[in-house]
Design a protein around this ligand. Sequence first.
Ligand code: ANZ
Ligand code: ZN
Length: 812
Amino acid sequence: MSNYGTHIDEKWQQKWEDTNLYKFDKDKEGEKLYVLEMFSYPSGSNLHAGHWFNYGPVDSWARFKRMKGFNVFQPMGFDAFGLPAENFAIKTGIHPKDSTMKNIATMEKQLKAMGAMFNWENEVITCNEDYYKWTQWLFLKLYEKGLAYRKNAPVNWCPSCNTVLANEQVLDGECERCSSEVTKKDLTQWFFKITDYSEELLQKLEELDWPEKTKAMQKHWIGKSIGAEATFKMSDSELSFNVFTTRADTLFGVTYVVLAPENPLVDEITTEYYRADVEAYKEETKKQSDIERQSITREKTGVFTGSYAINPINGRKVPVWVADYVLATYGTGAVMAVPAHDERDFAFATKYELPIERVIKGGEGLPYVDPGIMVNSGEFDGMNSEEGRIAIIDKLEAEGKGSKKVNYRLRDWLVSRQRYWGAPIPVVYCDKCGIVPVPENELPVKLPYNVEFAPDGKSPLAKSEEFINTTCPHCGGAAKREADTLDTFVCSSFYYLRYADNKNEKEAFNKDIVNKILPVDKYVGGPEHACMHLLYARFINKALRDMGYLDFDEPFTSLTHQGLILGPDGQKMSKSKGNTISPDDYIKEFGSDVFRMYLMFGFDYTEGGAWSDDGIKSIGKFVDRVERIIDSSRSYINNPVNSKDSMDKVEKELNFIRHYTIKSVTEDMDKMQFNTCIARLMEFTNALSKYISEEVKNPVFLKECLVDYVKLFAPFAPHFSEEQWSLLEMPFSIFNEKWPEFNANALVKDEIEIAIQINGKVKGRINIPSGLSDDDIKLAALASPDTQKHIEGKSVVKVIVIKGSLVNIVVK
Ligand code: ANZ
Ligand code: ZN
């Protein structure tokens, strides 16, 4: 039975804390390295294997970097506002603040039991006043710059719960709680103008060391498309509208145009005869989400308005329809339909028997459209798609009927929530002065504790008299506070900045400190944040830069997504499936280092995989074995009687493995390939075990090997290694030691083994000095007694040396 276990964990955690070993000092020597794991949401359940997989291996990586000489900053905190605590409160009556604080206390304890070198002195908790004061400050700054604005916008609405739902609460168009159909409701909402940064957010992606897939997702989400706007005038009035198209070259093939149901022009142009149909259709559309509306496979629907518009390129009269496949929020909320060239238009035209006409040119059209009806593109005939596009846009521009236009799919960020558990939006409404931002020196606008937060369709804060009634900071008259709170993604959009200067009471952070510690050099977290948190944080970073608060463009230079640890059955862990792994039980049994090492050895870090009890047991045995080897080695080291100073063959073998291990672990660690690092450590272990199983002739050399051996283990098994280090009577702490360097000379073997084949069959092996020429290898092979025996009485036809490791002798 090994000596390692939680008592060793606790012993060293205490000592690390008492000696302030990991305290970060930005002015300490060594290149700074900001290592950040996405902070956690303080949920009711304990830290799960997924948290561990995020934090444990990354802490090992940070420890490795520390030993490599970096000045490591690795803070931790809690993303503490948000819906789950509020929903829990609605269900149980336990106040979100109480449950959140209790959960944080538990999680802090568990995180400490992990023994990671977190800079707890830099902790942030987003629901605390000293944090959300700065969330509100951020809002005010954006408002000042015109980057926060208020407008009417449709939100998800559950008519039976009588409440607004976040997108994540809408499952297949139904309310997550009561399963009734979710509709849209227009409410005045606050937005952040992330779209001002669309182009930079897109361009700068290229410079980031991020997973390609994540970059591609952000790129798609930003969705830049270069096209044109063309103006269609109504045939019987002076009204007109623009369409956005990426295929101006198909303008001659337009057979109808479509307005989004929400387009305000719809009411003006719909004729009396069609009005009832159009009204009914508009109602129906409110039930559909934008995602459903964009689905290619969904059957297209629409209604005719009774009116016609004029195609600006050829004066042709085309019918104007209303259909939900056109989104109000993209482009101009109107499209020119070219059914011969666009799949959606084709499906629609087929269903409603609208003409399908293919334009004459390079021949690009939908493959299944019979080019029977071909329309003439006039002077543009024969041009390919690209040429036609440019020429047609030029002509529209010259005639004032259109222009080049870039569009982004990215929408402004809706930040207001009709919820209680969030940072109050620091704004006051005054009958005389309108929207008045709360002055900075009055922050924070405190979130009151006693609030009726059961959902009834209104923002809970609106029902708190003490909160809602205030005076106007401007004129001193009676005024009302904004009752909405901020999306929790606002809290997490700048936490990485606040970590660097978390105790600052005068400002969100000091500019010099932040410029020194940031950007984050390595960010690690789940891939599910690709288009939300990771995009929002980039935007906020850029906005703050433009206001002069920081000097760098991007918050996260390098990003890694850890994989997912699945239950033993290969399914995603969930309480209902009963396949969750509770780290606490395993840690009690094996110690935290075994748990951590199993996670690092058993899975590819970015892939994850299914948990295995056998896997963790075998790592437990491995750690025991390492301990036994170090134990037995100590007896030799402590009385180095037979010491000699040259290495014999056995020692050179071990020395080779030692340096090979240093080299491989260093390289693989850099790439976060933790599993191969541990595989190399296993090989080193075997070699050491073999060496001490016979008489140890060189204890001094053995000690050198052990020193490197324990250091190599240190990042992976920090408590265990610290213990072994002290048993070797080395000075505290192993984490103040330098990471071992490999010696290239030790990696050059002075002897190699080669195989000898006679007529293609291996007949013997010999050891020869490395670096011999092919001719010398041939001679050595021929001279070997094995060879002699086999070629006796035969004549050698040819001797071939293959890659310096095999000799083939052809005889007759
Ligand atoms: C005519 C056309 C012909 C189009 C053709 C495409 C192919 P991306 O690339 O995503 O920007 N469109 C424009 N505004 C829209 C809206 N609000 N809702 C739905 N669709 C809209 O897509 C641009 C194309 O999507 C535009 O180019 C327009 O259809 C459509 F063979 O115009 B196209
Ligand atoms: Zn006022």
